[in-house]
Design a protein around this ligand. Structure first.
Ligand code: GAF
Length: 403
């Protein structure tokens, strides 16, 4: 519906206008270039991306914005609205990691853009601002990386193929942030489509839009406000367990294994590795099924798939927290009050749940979820509704440059 789409765009314009003002105050000149990249929520298909499998994420109406101007030298000056300290380094294809820590999400994308021949004519100043909550499993880091690459593209006046852009941002996350992530987050932030989720085949990189613009349906994101930390080692450990299971099963990746194959090999796998593989194999099936039921407009059929996905992440992949389990139980208890399905979303160990619900009940559902969660945990949660948003793109700042 046009009203709420306008609201999302109006919010971006307000964020941009305020950022341009802050840029002018800080750098003593008006910005000339700008870029945006959204966070994401994954509807289903968790930890399947690095197993060459399927995921079904959508970009959300929370985003990182960056505004910039050229400098007279070859230096890059980065400033965030969230932190005092500035990052300063020379523009090159070999930028080292450094202080402040948040700048490491930006050093990689700049280096790899230059490596690909996406080279701005000089150094530049950047001010960034993000409305993607950090540590919430909503890909705040991918939105930083993809916004940075998109800003470099517009400064260089030269574009990367969006798949290449996602891949260099994934590499940046591996090398500069130390998380061996899959391709999902950078992919959807770069290629999200307004009004659709994307079914991504993480082996072929083929994407299929799955329409999700029925005005009677909403996506509610509830943040448990217990932060997750993917560099904690658990993520890498899950990845190793999956790779070890694939080796034992004699397949290239768990994407290639069937449930029967897994059951036949049960004796050869230790119980933990077996359960990790069980999650991936069943989650791939659920993800394909989800894309198919959504394509048929059969929203009700998403419910059991989302709840089963959560159970699988809780019992077999073991990446949920008591807080996330509680949020999903509370949502399940509201099946009669308009909830269709709910599950943890993202890397896990904290962060958010995603809930599919009937739009007319969205407000009472959010209120009740938050009240009961607060009563039972003593933690203040936060919740918001989002529609599938567009992926990264440059923005124009001409209207702000006259000051
Ligand atoms: C994190 C990773 F960055 C993604 O690649 C993906 O594996 C996800 O966790 C789990 O589905 O967001």
């Amino acid at each position: 519906d046009i009203m709420s789409l306008m609201t999302a765009n109006a919010m971006i314009q307000a964020q941009l206008s305020s950022l341009c003002d802050q840029f002018s105050t800080f750098f003593k000149e008006a910005p000339t270039h700008a870029a945006i990249a959204p966070g994401r929520v994954n509807l289903i298909g968790e930890h399947t991306d690095y197993n060459d499998g399927f995921v079904l994420p959508m970009a959300i109406e929370r985003q990182t914005l960056m505004v910039a101007s050229f400098r007279d030298d070859d230096q890059v000056h980065l400033k965030s609205t969230a932190f005092d300290e500035k990052a300063i380094f020379s523009l090159s294809s070999n930028i080292p990691t450094g202080e402040p820590t948040w700048s490491n999400y930006l050093r990689g994308p700049i280096s790899y853009c230059l490596e690909k021949g996406i080279t701005p004519p000089s150094g530049f100043n950047v001010l960034l601002d993000s409305t993607v909550p950090g540590g919430g499993g909503l890909s705040s880091s991918a939105s930083l990386e993809v916004a940075m690459a998109t800003l470099v593209e517009t400064l260089a006046d030269k574009n990367l193929d969006p798949v290449q852009k996602a891949l260099i941002c994934q590499k940046a996350e591996h090398i500069y942030a130390g998380t061996p992530c899959g391709i999902m987050d950078q992919f959807i932030s770069a290629m999200g489509q307004e009004g659709s989720a994307l079914l991504i085949d993480c082996r072929s990189h083929e994407t299929t839009p799955v329409k999700l613009d029925d005005p009677n349906i909403v996506i509610i994101i509830t943040n448990s406000n217990k932060a997750h930390e993917l560099s904690g080692g658990e993520y890498a450990e899950r990845r190793e367990q999956c790779e070890s299971a694939a080796r034992t099963l004699g397949v290239k990746a768990l994407r290639d294994a069937t449930l029967d194959q897994l059951k036949d090999a049960r004796e050869k796998l230790d119980p933990v590795t077996y359960r990790r593989a069980l999650h991936i194999i069943t989650e791939n099936q659920r993800t394909l099924e989800a894309a198919s039921v959504l394509n048929n407009g059969n929203f009700l059929a998403m419910g059991p798939l989302m709840f089963a996905s959560h159970e699988s992440m809780k019992n077999d992949f073991e990446i949920t927290t008591p807080e996330l389990d509680l949020l999903v139980t509370l949502a399940a208890d509201m099946a009669e009050q308009g909830v269709i399905g709910s599950r943890m979303t993202g890397g896990g160990f904290g962060g958010c749940t995603v809930t599919l619900a009937y739009a007319e009940y969205a407000m009472p559902i959010m209120k009740s979820l938050c009240t009961r969660y607060r009563e039972q945990t003593g933690i203040e949660p936060s919740a918001f509704i989002t529609r599938p948003a567009a992926g990264a793109r440059p923005l124009t700042v001409t209207q702000y440059t006259s000051m």
